[in-house]
Structure formats: structure tokens, C-alpha cells
Write a protein that binds this ligand. Structure first.
Ligand code: UGA
Length: 441
């Protein structure tokens, strides 16, 4: 099939590359000229495992094109996918400015009957509104059908999640249009759920809110475990073996970040308020997350008896999760702001997110090129992102060059046996008993 995609962010680009990979002819459109120029050369603007290889492969095979021209990109497309961002606006609602602009841009260039698929995460009822908007701007002899097709890919595993999805949601009021989109994805051999437009829109919010709630729940449990001397890893394992609970998204840590959970829980909460539906659980989920994001600062404050000023703190990891350079809503941001506000000298290391972090944190903190450089002379190490190279660290080597052998592990990712075999260490995980082999200076 001939497909046009508007927006080359995580969702648009991964979808475009995946659809080309399964044999469709895809043209990705973006207004950002620099980005399109790079993509035409096979260079991905985002760090995403496996993406660039498939990008290069499908460009070479002639199934994937990039353009800044809506007219050129949309020409002849049977399906047009809108995958632009819907960021959070000041009042917590989803900001639909980009989506509305994309809908107008598409509408004026449509020359034939077309299915418009909305992949962007949008509040319930938006697909109906987009249909009206496109109809108002497109030529009278063109008819359009809207299909809601929310996306469930995760950053860091975007290609895998797209090519091996758990399910594909297709929301439509017109069965023929829905069947055509089902056909588009058929080569993926993934279960499809067909619903109304509104239910499809809601499935996306419900899924993200539920996962965010699961994380806040396990973080809350971690805090209780710490208080009573239980171990959250064992508790999560024991809970997760119950198939009704499931073992994923039960990793306690320093809260969820990224471009999705924070804004989507907020937007759903906004919707409940708008409709006078009492759903305090969503508010609690966000509140718990806010507290959890600065948990390591609280722990450091307690360990240093309130005297953080002048301490050298090494922060390992900046990105909101491993395998991405995305810094949106990363816990490293509030941690850095709070530590520096209290007068600490923070030096951070991340294998790929440093330049994005610099745009946000500037010279408020220092940036190291290696882990060794970050930890040399440090009074404490904070583990913020569980990159493989951080998980595999030898704690005994890590603490060698430190001023004090104190580690706060916000992701419970260092190897416990190796910690226990250190002769000198103070190790503070989340929701688990601390391991103290040496009482610092
Ligand atoms: C999330 C969803 O998982 C995707 O299904 C969805 O498509 C996407 O949002 C979206 O709406 O576009 P993403 O934000 O890329 O994906 O990353 P996740 O892997 O879900 O992680 C989100 C945050 O939760 C990270 O900060 C991560 O560290 C944290 N997390 C995750 C935990 O703290 N504990 C866990 O057990 C799992």
C-alpha cells in the first residue's frame, strides 16, 4: 500500500520504517528541513536500537522516502497517518495545536478518497473533531474516513515493539476503513482489536495510566518495605508470579519519566475533572511519582545529616531510561536541581544523553566523559539510569577512587553479591535493606 506519515518523531519514524520493512511504500513528511535532510541520508535523528539499520535498508530498497512537501508526500497515498506530538499544555490537557495543523495541512492536499489514521495520543472525542476539521478544509469531491490507531511502542525498544506488538488497536466508525488498516498491518501477524473511535482513544490513556499506577504502587510498596525491613525485590517477585498481577512494570525505583506517562496521566486526570468524574487514584499516582523522583536526594540528605553543601555527587545516568537519549521528564532533572540548590557539586555521566541534558541543565552541573571521571573524588554516587555499562560495574573498583564509598542505587541495578564482597561500602538501594560494610568518614 501507499502510505504517508506526518511527523518523524519516535512514533512516526518507527512506524514509517516498520511499514516499509513489511513491504509498503511509505513517505514520511516533516516540516523540519534539517531533520528530513538527515533522514534522506539514512541518519536517524534519535538514538533508537535497530532503527538506523532498517532506515538505511528501506531507503536503499526504495520503499521509504522523506519530504518536507505535504503535496508530494500525500500524493497518491491511500492511507495518511498523523503521528505528531500532543504535548501537555499549561492546564494539564493535551495540546492539540500540532495535530490540528497537521490535519489542515493534509486536508488541503487530498486529491482522492483517503483514510486518515490518527496515531497521536489524543483525548476521547478528538478523532471526531479531526474528521470535521479535515472535511472543512478538503475539496468537496474527496471523502475521508478517520481511524484511531494508538501506539504502544516504548522508547529504547521502538522497532521491536512495533514489529512484535502485543496488539493493534483499530478504532473506527466505518468498518471498511478499519478493515483496510487491518490489512496494512496484516504482515506483522499481531492480534487486532477493533473498537469504536472513542474506545480506541481511551485504550491508550487507560493503558499508560495503568502502567504508571503500577509503578507508583510498587514505589509506594518499596517505601513501606524499607520502613519495615522487607525487600521489595522479593515482594515484587512474589506478587508478579500471580498471573492476575503480572511481573512487568513492578520495578521499584525513582519514578517514571519520559514523554508519555507524565503527560498522559495528567491529561486523563484533566478529562476526569472536566466530566466531574472522581478518580483520585490518578492524582495519587502523580503525587507519589513526584516524591519518588527526588527520593535519592532525601536519602543523601539523611545520610549526610542535612549537610549536602560542598559534597561532590556523581550521578550515573541522565536519560529517563536506558537505550534512549531522551531527557523529557527524566528524574535526573529534579535530582540535579535539588542537589545544586542545596549546594552540592554534581558531575554526571550518561553514554548518550549528555548533549540533550546540557540543553536543559546547562552548567548547573558538570558532565563527565567516563564513569571513572565522574566518580573520582566523589562523596557519593547516585545511580539514576540503569544502562548496561552501569549495571555491570564492579562496585569494588567503582569506590576505589571515591572520597567516600557511598552509593545510592535508584534502580536497584548493581549486583548484590558483588556489593557484599566489597570490604568498604555503604550501599543504599530502594525498598531494600542497606548494605553497610564501612561507616564512611
Ligand atoms: C510508555 C509505554 O510503556 C508505551 O507502551 C507507550 O507506547 C509509550 O509510553 C507512549 O505512550 O508513547 P516509554 O515512556 O517509552 O513507553 O517507556 P517505559 O518503558 O514505559 O518507561 C517509562 C518510565 O517508567 C521510565 O522512566 C522507566 O524508568 C519507568 N519504569 C518502568 C519504572 O520505574 N519501573 C518499571 O517497572 C517500568
Amino acid at each position: 500500500m501507499k502510505v504517508a506519515i506526518l511527523g518523524t518523531g519516535y512514533v512516526g519514524l518507527s512506524t514509517g520504517v516498520a511499514l516499509a520493512e513489511i513491504g509498503h511504500h511509505v513517505c514520511c513528511i516533516d516540516v523540519d528541513e534539517k531533520k528530513i535532510a538527515r533522514l534522506k541520508q539514512g541518519k536517524s535523528p534519535i538514538y533508537e536500537p535497530g532503527l538506523e539499520e532498517l532506515l538505511v535498508k528501506n531507503l536503499a530498497a526504495g520503499r521509504l522516502r522523506f519530504t518536507t512537501s505535504h503535496r508530494e508526500g500525500i500524493s497518491g497515498a491511500e492511507i495518511v497517518i498523523l503521528a505528531v506530538g500532543t504535548p501537555q499544555s499549561n492546564d494539564g490537557a493535551a495540546d492539540l495545536t500540532y495535530l490540528e495543523q497537521a490535519a489542515r495541512d493534509v486536508a488541503v492536499h487530498l486529491q482522492q478518497d483517503t483514510i486518515v489514521v490518527i496515531k497521536s495520543t489524543v483525548p476521547v472525542g478528538t478523532n471526531d473533531k479531526m474528521k470535521q476539521l479535515i472535511e472543512a478544509y478538503c475539496s468537496e469531491d474527496v471523502s475521508i474516513q478517520i481511524v484511531s490507531n494508538p501506539e504502544f511502542l516504548r522508547q529504547g525498544s521502538a522497532m521491536k515493539d512495533t514489529l512484535e506488538a502485543d496488539r493493534i488497536i483499530i478504532g473506527c466508525d466505518d468498518r471498511k476503513a478499519g478493515d483496510k488498516v487491518r490489512e496494512l498491518y496484516r504482515p506483522l501477524n499481531v492480534p487486532v482489536v477493533m473498537t469504536s473511535l472513542r474506545s480506541a482513544e481511551m485504550i491508550k490513556y487507560a493503558s499508560n495510566a495503568f502502567l504508571a499506577m503500577k509503578i507508583s504502587f510498587i514505589n509506594g510498596m518499596a517505601n513501606v518495605c524499607e520502613a519495615v525491613g522487607a525487600d521489595i525485590l522479593d515482594v515484587a517477585k512474589g506478587m508478579g508470579m500471580d498471573k492476575r498481577i503480572g511481573n512487568s512494570f513492578l520495578q521499584a525505583g525513582i519514578g517514571y519519566g519520559g514523554s508519555c506517562f507524565p503527560k498522559d496521566v495528567q491529561a486523563l486526570y484533566h478529562t476526569t475533572k472536566q466530566h466531574n468524574v472522581d478518580f483520585g487514584l490518578l492524582g495519587e499516582t502523580m503525587e507519589l511519582n513526584e516524591q519518588q523522583r527526588v527520593l535519592l536526594v532525601k536519602k543523601a540528605f539523611e545520610r549526610f545529616n542535612g549537610k549536602i553543601a560542598g559534597k561532590k555527587i556523581a550521578m550515573l545516568g541522565l536519560a529517563f531510561k536506558p537505550e534512549t537519549d531522551d531527557m523529557r521528564e527524566a528524574p535526573s532533572i529534579p535530582i540535579s536541581l535539588e542537589l545544586t540548590r542545596q549546594g552540592a557539586d554534581v558531575i554526571a555521566y550518561d553514554p548518550v544523553a549528555t548533549s540533550n541534558a546540557q540543553k536543559i541543565l546547562g552548567n548547573r552541573i558538570a558532565y563527565a566523559k567516563t564513569i571513572q571521571e565522574a566518580v573520582a573524588g566523589a562523596d557519593a554516587v547516585l545511580i539514576v539510569t540503569e544502562w548496561d555499562e552501569i549495571k555491570q560495574l564492579e562496585p569494588s573498583k567503582l569506590v576505589e577512587d571515591m572520597n567516600e564509598a557511598i552509593i545510592f542505587d535508584g534502580r536497584n541495578c548493581l549486583n548484590e553479591e558483588k556489593i557484599r564482597s566489597c570490604s568498604k561500602i555503604e550501599y543504599y538501594p530502594v525498598g531494600r535493606p542497606a548494605i553497610i560494610k564501612y561507616a564512611g568518614k
